[in-house]
Write a new protein. Structure first.
Length: 81
């Protein structure tokens, strides 16, 4: 009886240990993936900062016969290396 209880406790302990190992490895993989993504994000920000962006805005307004003001705005953005 005591031997059977010992074997059951040993098996439960092995299962818990295996679960903890798996959980720890998964957490480490998530952390490494997060670090890779953060590094890629910082590199893309650095590349975007070196690009020259120009923005041109053209606006036209006209008063019609009824006294209403009509307007148009055109925004053009250019990215240059």
């Amino acid at each position: 009886m005591l031997t059977a209880l010992g074997i059951i406790l040993f098996i439960i302990g092995c299962c818990i240990s295996s679960y903890e190992d798996t959980s720890y490895k998964a957490e480490r993989r998530e952390e490494e993936r997060h670090q890779e993504l953060m590094q890629a994000l910082s590199e893309s920000k650095r590349i975007n900062e070196t690009l020259v962006r120009t923005k041109k805005v053209r606006r036209r307004f006209v008063m019609d016969d009824d006294g209403y003001l009509l307007g148009e705005e055109i925004t053009e953005e250019e990215i240059e290396d």
